[in-house]
Design a protein around this ligand. Structure first.
Ligand code: SER
Length: 878
């Protein structure tokens, strides 16, 4: 067979189907536009709407062809243990939405396999769904021998993306790797678990829409969805035994070899780790590039689990420190030309990996020790849930990793116990953060959903108008539908159409009034608890409102104006941040209120003062250029082509709203904006802070609020200047000079204190007696610990002939006694430790030391004189 690189196979496939009339389309994101899926796991995911015909495919083509990046993690723990499983893989596919079906598909599959890839016909095997005679006939007509075709049941030959949605019977093509790969069983055939027959192409005849009750409804057209695992195909074409030995994967394994100094195929345990890290490094790189960040939930958790599993195996290989980002280079080099997002987001990928690795690295070894200890004490073969929870909560071990390590020792983990510890923790968190208002609001879910079904989405007219006449369609009070609200009552009002913007995408809801003759409702907030249903949260201040009333809805114009200034400003800030810090900056959340704005974004370190100033300057520059805003609707595809900034992981419909500020910023957004950036006036950034791993937050104010902020800063500064008796612009200099003065005074004060202390110590030379050596016993109050230590040096230097001393001091009510001596005095019989021991009882203290130096602190200052008298009695009278 002809050797082909992975890149050659990919290109030949796409070109083949392009030539048949399919449109070559890019891989979709790993974050599927489909709430039923966590991650994109097949090529057909992006085409679901076309199978269902809720959307029509471009009629100038017969279908689509793609290479789709996929992540499948239902079997993470076996990845690496077999040659066939990868967590990240590329799937080649072609898709028809009613244009071509079985006849064409089978013929083209056969043509591609035998003429383009030149696979030997006698090594190809075909399976069909149990009763699919039609497909058997098609394969036979193409020249396939009858004994190369077999029927398989639902498990193998009926394909579904999930419990519901487009699905259908399928026919699969297998390559016979030869009996050496087989299990040797006489029944060995396609579908057998062994490695002999390798399934490389799944052709699904997508005819049904799986319903929730399990029944199959026919789809409007008969469709095709095929998937060929690129790595598997590469293994066949390259004559290697596993996906990991194909060109691309082998290059990734080589990175691990280089980092660890180990060689692939030298040791089974090392091979497993090398494979796992190679595979997981690709998955995590692509996941991060598509906007997934490590977390404890959903896809973020899958990412964290893969990343941490890779780190563990790196350590098993003996690689020290953070290493995983080293793989990114190879991923970019090997795959960047097909998936530009990995090139564009390279820095983000490297930094997210590094920071997650560092987080985990800190606790990894401690966690391993904790687990080893727990396992050594374990009685039986079940690790308790609480230990697994501590490993998760304190040491960052995903429970599946704990399970894997335990499995190596033949021990299982009490998953239920673990789950209940998790639930308890969640409960605690919920109880701690529950906002009563939010909670009450969420319990209204049912009534809102019903109203949305009944009334449909509320027409929003508030982009251009701030007042509108409308009919009251429904009223809710305390979560229940009512016919009226009387004066003084609070509730929610739903209108036929409204100029009020409901809180969404970070922008707060509008306030204002709803009025009619003799009626006034104050709108306190506007929300959309069911998507598209606008609820005005109101208080009736005058008259009562009834369903069916015609009213005038009037948005508080000034407040809205302030909100729009802040909203447009977040777009400008976003663009400015990307210009100043780099393209890894992505919006992660925002709050747009009338008085301030908050913008959260991905970045890895605190911004410097210069960067903050530069972002502010660039944003103000865009404001002062008075850029006209252009806001229009277009197709998602057209918007993407124009390079629009779409939000990280956000879902968009087919028609999107583009908000442009001149050439400076172009974002998809449904919010309210100014008509020209000049309306923003100016912006002041008031803070920059961290709000989580790799997440920063900027808070800012615009227009009159920025002015108010600047005025406040100015008035504080003026007050400070007045207090300093300086001008406003000398404050910094004067303050620095004052600080310098304070420092000098402080030094002088210390010096004077020291001199005074020394002076008062020196005075006691007059008390010196000769007891065979010169001895000073004195009480000198007010010595701090430094001065007391110094006292002996002072005495020693001023005594005509140094001997020994016992000094007591009371400083801030605390009594301390110190005794010290020269070696000569010690030789003559003085023992500082013994003296202190003998007299410390008088000050209710204890302490001791050596013959040359000892000290004791006490609790009773009143006993100081008695203590010193006791010393005299001991030393002088003796
Ligand atoms: N959707 C099918 C699969 O993933 C064929 O593309 O196997």
């Amino acid at each position: 067979m002809k050797y082909m690189t992975t890149a050659e196979i990919r290109e030949k496939y796409l070109r083949f189907f392009e030539e048949k009339g399919c449109k070559r389309m890019p891989s979709s994101s790993l974050i599927p536009d489909d709430p039923s899926l966590l991650l994109t796991s097949a090529g057909m995911v992006q085409f679901k709407p076309y199978f269902l015909h809720v959307k029509e495919f471009d009629p100038s083509y017969i279908g689509a062809t793609t290479v789709q990046k996929c992540v499948r993690t239902n079997d993470i723990d076996i990845i690496g243990t077999t040659g066939r499983h990868l967590s990240f893989f590329e799937m080649l596919g072609n898709f028809s939405f009613g244009a071509y079906f079985k006849d064409e598909m089978c013929a083209w599959a056969y043509e591609f396999a035998t003429e383009v890839l030149e696979l030997p016909k006698d090594r190809l095997y075909f399976t069909v769904f149990e009763n699919d005679d039609e497909t058997i006939e098609i394969w036979k007509k193409l020249g396939v021998e009858e004994d190369h075709i077999s029927r398989l049941g639902e498990d193998d030959n009926f394909w579904r993306a999930g419990p519901t949605g487009p699905c259908g019977p399928c026919s699969e093509i297998y390559f016979d790797q030869g009996p050496d790969f087989g299990c040797g069983s006489p029944d060995c055939a396609p579908g057998c678990d062994c490695d002999r027959f390798l399934e490389f192409w799944n052709c699904v005849f997508t005819q049904y829409d799986g319903q929730e009750d399990g029944t199959l409804a026919p789809l409007p057209t008969k469709n095709i969805d095929t998937g060929m695992g690129l790595e598997r195909m590469a293994a066949i074409m390259q004559g290697v035994q596993s996906n990991y030995e194909t060109d691309v994967m082998r290059d990734l394994i080589a990175v691990g070899e280089r980092l660890s100094g180990k060689s692939y195929k030298a040791d089974a345990a090392d091979d497993l780790s090398l494979r796992i890290v190679a595979d997981h490094s690709r998955s995590v790189s692509f996941m991060i590039a598509d906007g997934i960040l490590p977390s404890n939930e959903g896809r973020g958790y899958v990412l964290r689990r893969l990343l941490r599993r890779a780190v563990m195996h790196g350590h098993k290989l003996g690689i020290e420190g953070a290493f995983l980002s080293n793989y990114v280079d190879a991923v970019v080099r090997l795959m960047g030309d097909v998936y530009p997002e990995i090139v564009d987001n390279r820095e983000l990928v490297e930094r997210v990996i590094l920071s997650e690795e560092e987080r985990f690295g800190v606790t990894l070894r401690q966690g391993q020790a904790y687990l080893a200890d727990a396992l050594s004490k374990l009685d039986g073969t079940l690790l308790d849930g609480a230990t697994a929870f501590t490993l998760h909560d304190t040491y960052g071990f995903p429970v599946e990793i704990t399970e894997e390590i335990c499995a190596d020792a033949g021990i299982s983990v009490d998953k239920e116990g673990f789950a209940s510890c998790m639930e308890e923790q969640r409960e605690r968190a919920r109880a701690a953060t529950k906002d009563d208002a939010e909670a009450a609001w969420s319990t209204y879910g049912g009534v809102h959903d019903e109203l949305l079904k009944e009334l449909g989405a509320t027409g929003f007219v508030g982009y251009d108008r701030l007042t509108a006449s409308a009919e009251v369609r429904a009223i809710i009070k305390d979560g229940v539908r009512v016919d009226a609200l009387a004066a003084g009552e609070e509730g929610e009002v739903i209108l036929g159409l409204t100029p009020f913007y409901a809180e969404m995408g970070g922008e707060v809801g509008d306030m204002g009034t709803i009025e009619a003759e003799g009626l006034k409702l104050e709108v306190l907030d506007t929300k959309a608890p069911a998507k598209g249903l606008v609820c005005h949260v109101v208080k009736a201040v005058e008259g009562s409102v009834h369903t069916g009333d015609t009213v005038r809805a009037i948005v508080d114009e000034l407040r809205r104006k302030r909100i729009t200034r802040n909203h447009t400003c977040t777009h400008l800030l976003h663009a400015a941040l990307r210009r100043v810090l780099g393209d890894h900056v992505k919006q992660a959340g925002s709050y747009v209120g009338p008085d301030r704005l908050r913008f959260d974004f991905t970045h890895f370190e605190g911004m410097t003062a210069e960067q903050i100033a530069e972002v502010e300057r660039v944003t103000n520059d865009a404001i002062m250029q008075a850029l006209p805003m252009a806001i229009y609707e277009t197709s998602l595809e057209a918007a993407r082509e124009s390079g629009v900034t779409a939000l990280f992981g956000e879902k968009y419909g087919d028609t999107v709203r583009v908000v442009e500020a001149g050439e400076f910023s172009r974002e998809l957004c449904g919010g309210c904006h100014v008509a020209n950036t000049a309306e923003i006036g100016f912006v002041k950034i008031v803070s920059e802070s961290s709000v989580g791993a790799n997440l920063r937050r900027i808070e800012a104010v615009t227009s009159f609020d920025a002015l108010a902020y600047a005025n406040k800063v100015e008035s504080e500064l003026k007050e400070t200047a007045a207090a300093l008796k300086a001008t406003m612009f000398d404050v910094a200099e004067r303050t620095a000079a004052n600080l310098q003065l304070i420092k000098e005074f402080e030094a002088e004060r210390k010096q004077a204190k020291k001199a005074a202390a020394e002076g008062s110590v020196a005075e006691h030379i007059k008390d010196m007696v000769d007891v065979g050596y010169p001895l000073v016993i004195a009480r000198i109050d007010g010595l701090d610990s430094g001065a007391l230590r110094n006292a002996w040096d002072v005495l020693r230097s001023r005594m005509p002939e140094p001997g020994a001393c016992v000094i007591g001091t009371v400083n801030n009510d605390k009594p301390v006694i110190m005794a010290a001596a020269t070696d000569e005095a010690v030789a003559a019989g003085f023992d500082a430790g013994a003296v202190i021991k003998a007299i410390a009882g008088n000050i209710k203290g204890g302490g001791g030391g050596k013959p040359v130096m000892a000290q004791a602190g006490g609790k009773d200052a009143a006993g100081m004189d008695a203590a010193l008298d006791a010393a005299r009695a001991l030393l002088i009278k003796a």
